[in-house]
Design a protein around this ligand. Structure first.
Ligand code: GLC
Length: 500
């Protein structure tokens, strides 16, 4: 299980109100206690922060707001010493417009790095094609100095790199090596499918052009590039991994990004993150994913929350009972689950007043700071850059840790159960017959067997049972160790282990 840290919002130790690397280091104790296997850090590189670090101006330096390389090495050492892996966020599709490669590229049509980005003449007095940018507006910006347009699928401050140019491939492989040499265990690759582009940059069909275009780039040229990237990782000792963000919708479209075990090690599957609170829909999406990811190389990755989407408890009407059921399912599926920092506390999105909003993509709410204790600063040295999430007085890591019945302890129990049982993390997954509104499945690895029953509805239900099962983890405490009689409370879930 991997744990995503959005460093700005994790813990501030130097008093500037922005989380930092020392804060992550201070949080390692919490992560060890919880039972995570590793962390993914959202970008900590030098950046003008137009997209809060996803606009990198120097891939091999730490932004001073987070600390420095020495501090990073200390964090890496401490994490490794306690058996935690560290994954960095690698942003291959674009750089900052202040990156020296782009500064040079835009300086003249003959610049050495001109072709490292997409420069084109316009069409009929407008941009070269109809592509739209992820945060709105067109994906092209006119550059008066050299009289051409440049492509950016995100902000104008995030020009797209042209991976068809060998110089880009070499330079970006060099970035991977810089961090692999330092000892990092791998990367989360940001919108990595977008590095494969149709070289003719054709217009998108009109209907798609009017919506979000980022999701529809799925070009075969991505695959040889991913094999090259994989070869860089494979040339290092130890298990170095790359987990890719591929925003293509259905799991069927994700499978090719694993290649024949020679492209991405893992690919985020957002199908549950996008699902509504509906047992039937969850069942369908898990079945669909299991059917799409049959190769042993296609190890699934599940996620309910991240720094780009409202937190799942917020999406489920703010209900903690639903967040508990969701956690029980998330942590008992085949594959690797990702947790987004704070979900183990059951955090809600902050309500960020208009004047305090800073993100161009409107994602401030889910990036609210993590409260560590119930003191006035909640563990933070400075006043955080975003407002606290709701319930901050009573919902913080220290308070929930002192309460065995809290959602935090549920996460810890689920993670321990998952580690104990091969069936739960790696076994086969099979849907069971269940009453309407209930998602139920069996997990098996040889003799090791588990069942999971999750009631998405508010009314209690009686489920069919063949007897012989004990509750190993219940979404509410107090059910542990009881013989399972098939009765499931409203909005409740259980993980069952064979009795005896
Ligand atoms: C990914 C990141 C998101 C960022 C975008 C551009 O979707 O998760 O936060 O804004 O890529 O890099």
């Amino acid at each position: 299980m991997l744990y995503q840290i959005y460093p700005r919002s994790f813990l501030d130790t130097d008093g500037d109100g922005v989380g930092d690397i020392e804060g992550v280091r201070a949080g390692l104790d919490h992560l060890r206690w919880l039972g995570v296997d590793g962390v993914w850090l959202s970008p900590i590189y030098r950046s003008p922060m137009a997209d809060f670090g996803y606009d990198v101006s120097d891939h091999c330096a730490i932004d001073p707001v987070f600390g420095d390389l020495e501090g990073f090495d200390r964090l890496l050492g401490d994490a490794h010493a306690s058996g935690l892996r560290v994954l960095l966020d690698w942003v291959p599709n674009h750089t900052s417009d202040r990156h020296r490669w782009f500064v040079e590229s835009r300086s003249s049509r003959d610049a050495a790095t001109r072709e490292w980005y997409f420069w084109r003449d316009g069409r009929d007095g407008g941009p070269p094609n109809n592509w739209r940018a992820a945060f709105g507006g067109r994906a092209w910006t006119w550059d008066g100095a050299t009289g051409q347009w440049y492509l950016h699928l995100f902000l104008p401050e995030q020009p797209d790199l042209n991976w068809a140019h060998p110089g880009v491939v070499e330079a970006m492989h060099g970035v991977l090596r810089f961090w692999l040499d330092r000892g990092v265990d791998g990367f989360r690759a940001d919108v990595v499918h977008l590095i494969g582009k149709d070289p003719t940059l054709p217009d998108q069909p009109r209907a798609l052009a009017e919506t979000d275009l980022v999701g529809v780039h799925d070009h075969p040229s991505a695959h040889p590039l991913l094999r090259g990237i994989r070869a860089v990782l494979d040339s290092y000792q130890g298990d170095r991994v790359m987990v890719g963000e591929v925003n293509l919708g259905t799991p069927v479209l994700l499978a090719p990004y694993y290649g024949a075990g020679d492209e991405l090690h893992m690919v985020f599957n957002f199908s549950l993150l996008w699902a509504s609170w509906d047992a039937g829909q969850w069942a369908e999406r898990i079945v669909e994913s299991e059917a799409a990811l049959t190769s042993p190389d296609a190890w699934p990755v599940w996620v309910l929350s991240n720094h780009d989407t409202p937190r799942h408890r917020t999406r489920y009407g703010g209900r903690e009972d639903r967040a508990r059921v969701a956690a029980t399912v998330l942590l008992t599926l085949r594959g690797t689950p990702f947790l987004y920092a704070g979900e183990e506390l059951g955090l809600l999105d902050a309500d960020v007043p208009e004047a305090a909003r800073v993100d161009p993509g409107g994602r401030d709410g889910c990036r609210a700071p993590i409260p560590w204790d119930d003191g006035p600063g909640h563990g933070w040295a400075g006043v955080p850059w975003l407002p606290w999430p709701p319930e901050v007085g009573e919902r913080d890591a220290a308070t929930l840790r002192a309460d065995e019945g809290s959602i935090l302890h549920l996460y810890r129990r689920l993670l321990a159960a998952r580690r104990r049982s091969e069936a739960l993390h790696a076994g086969t997954w099979r849907l069971l017959d269940a009453p309407p509104g209930v998602l139920a499945y069996a997990r098996e690895a040889g003799e090791d067997r588990r069942q999971v029953w999750a009631n998405f509805g508010d009314e209690p239900v009686v489920c069919p049972t063949d007897g012989g099962w004990l509750v190993e983890v219940g979404s509410l405490d107090g059910e542990r160790g009881l013989a399972w009689d098939g009765r499931l409370r409203g909005t409740g879930a259980v993980v069952l282990a064979p009795a005896g």
